[in-house]
Design a protein around this ligand. Structure first.
Ligand code: NAG
Ligand code: NAG
Ligand code: NAG
Ligand code: NAG
Ligand code: NAG
Ligand code: NAG
Ligand code: NAG
Ligand code: NAG
Ligand code: NAG
Length: 447
């Protein structure tokens, strides 16, 4: 997280007001350049300026032009300042910070600090963009990272990162986490939504502690903190593990629950998770109104490489049914919460249809392989996780890594490539209600 640190410390000071003022350094540089141009221009092309002293003399002799020149600089400065002022009200600079909850689809290294969790902090994870493993389950940036970049925010650190500063946001997302207690039980000390309600005392303290320091930071930079936090963006992506690795992978359980019943359990957990997460914020914050939350829908979970290898490389229809039902339920949740909590802006980012299009018509997305992982070992590169050792007693199976990850829908046995996350991001940022409901993230940033 070295580069992230650098970005953070820079952005802490990067107040909107700083942007409006003409910075002394750039002004000086501009001044020098214009001075030089002025000197060269005023003596003409044929004039031979042999030394710096001569140049300075030329400049000093033209006092009148110099005055005109300085007025020009001031005018330029004012124009630049008003341009910066205009930028403050656009979508890019309207979100001061962001918070991320969920699973591996948004994890940026939280699990690096959780020894018993799923990990992605080894090569070749991260190779495409960061050129080193960060803990992201991808070859590069995930959707959350693209959203941050669109908002001109730095890549916020994971919550457990030692000594991290959270001025522009924090990420609680942890790979393996799910909505239901029965998903990955005891495996991960995850800060999942299920865990939020279970350990709400602890988390309450943690979140309040976090927000308190955030408020202090805001006071130092002279900004109204409550307004600032209420304008922040919350990203939540969870459900994948409940569907793909949850109780319903057990055939006995499949006889007990149909898709509707199981997704209803997930949605109930989701609702109480949101309520817990947001009701436990300090009352002043809650009362302040506006809050912006993005819920990510489900991808085509039944067609992930790790799922396909359970069905002779074909999709498992039941998981797709669950994913669709869950996504449909999230749409209802969005509608319902607009009524329950006025001023709460919930936006659903659909994933199913985008991924489904990619699977059925990969060429139109410039994808060459929509079934296997780019990286991994075994059938569809999905029998052993990307970057892990294949046991020595297993013969004829090797780790492989594709040449061009951006030609693949999947980076490893579950997760999308950076390219695919970028395509999704573009639909969410600018797309219509077929992709993001009830309005897109560019609009959400401005509400
Ligand atoms: C975190 O800060 C403490 C004390 O300020 C220091 O001893 C420790 O080395 C730091 N850890 C990291 C990972 O920077
Ligand atoms: C999950 O587990 C906690 C603690 O055992 C319990 O309080 C909660 O009701 C459980 N949630 C569900 C949906 O079963
Ligand atoms: C939640 O976190 C605690 C530790 O903070 C852990 O013991 C527990 O197993 C986690 N809960 C779930 C459902 O994994
Ligand atoms: C699931 O089960 C419930 C209760 O038995 C039933 O009402 C519902 O129609 C079923 N849904 C599907 C999709 O089979
Ligand atoms: C496995 O794939 C076949 C062919 O697509 C499909 O008919 C079958 O329903 C799948 N099995 C499961 C459990 O979804
Ligand atoms: C995708 O890659 C896998 C593994 O390399 C391979 O078996 C499969 O045939 C490829 N699919 C396409 C459409 O190229
Ligand atoms: C390889 O060895 C492990 C134990 O070390 C065993 O669990 C596994 O079944 C073996 N696999 C094969 C293909 O023999
Ligand atoms: C959204 O845009 C796509 C094209 O990108 C179009 O096919 C679809 O009909 C549009 N949906 C709505 C609701 O306007
Ligand atoms: C109904 C059912 O099979 N429930 C199981 C869900 O998963 C947990 C943990 O793996 C089991 O303890 C339950 O029996």
């Amino acid at each position: 997280m070295i580069s992230t640190r650098a970005l953070e410390s820079r952005s802490e000071k990067n107040d909107h007001h700083a942007r409006v003022a003409c910075k002394p350094f750039s002004t000086m540089l501009l001044l020098l350049l214009l001075l030089l141009a002025f000197a060269v221009q005023s003596c003409g092309c044929s004039c031979h300026v042999s030394s710096a002293a001569q140049l300075i003399t030329v400049v000093l002799l033209r006092t009148k032009e110099l005055v005109t020149f300085f007025i020009g600089v001031i005018v330029t400065c004012v124009i630049a300042a008003s341009f910066a002022e205009v930028q403050v009200v656009d979508a890019i600079h309207s979100v001061p910070a962001y918070f991320v909850l969920g699973d591996s689809t948004l994890d940026v290294g939280e699990n690096n600090y959780l020894p018993n969790a799923y990990h992605a902090n080894f090569p070749p994870y991260g190779e495409t963009f960061f050129h080193r493993p960060t803990g992201r389950f991808s070859n590069g940036r995930n959707v959350g990272d693209f959203i941050a970049q669109a908002l001109a925010l730095p890549f916020a650190p994971p919550y457990l990162q030692p000594n991290a500063t959270f001025y522009k946001g924090v990420k609680f997302a942890s790979g393996g986490s799910g909505l239901l207690n029965t998903t990955n039980p005891g495996l991960v000390r995850f800060i999942s939504l299920a865990n939020l309600s279970w350990h709400k005392q602890t988390l309450h303290v943690k979140i309040c502690g976090f927000f308190e320091s955030y408020i202090m930071c805001s006071i130092i930079i002279h900004r109204p903190s409550i307004e600032l936090i209420s304008r922040s963006l919350f990203l939540i992506s969870v459900g994948l593990n409940d569907i793909t690795f949850g109780n319903l992978t057990n055939p006995t359980t499949q006889k007990q629950y149909n898709a509707t019943q199981y997704t209803n359990l997930m949605l109930e957990a989701y609702k109480s998770g949101i309520k817990v997460s947001f009701h436990h914020l300090p009352m002043t914050l809650y009362a302040s109104g506006t809050r912006k939350i993005v819920l990510f829908g489900e991808g085509v979970d039944g067609c992930e490489p790790i799922v396909r290898i359970q069905n002779n490389s074909q999709c498992v229809d039941f998981f797709n049914e669950l994913a669709l039902e869950f996504e449909a339920g999230l749409k209802q949740l969005v509608d319902e919460f607009h009524v329950i909590i006025p001023g709460l802006h919930l936006v659903l980012a659909y994933q199913y249809n985008i991924e489904h299009d990619m699977i059925t018509n990969p060429q139109s997305f410039r994808l060459k392989n929509a079934t296997a992982g780019c990286c991994g070992a075994g059938i569809l590169n999905a029998q052993y996780q990307c970057g892990t050792k294949v046991p020595t007693n297993v013969t004829g199976v090797h780790q492989t890594l594709c040449k061009h990850p951006s030609e693949y829908l999947y980076w490893d046995y579950i997760h999308n490539t950076e390219y695919v996350d970028k395509v999704k991001f573009q639909y969410y940022w600018d797309g219509n209600t077929s992709f993001v409901y009830p309005f897109n993230l560019r609009t959400l940033a401005l509400v």
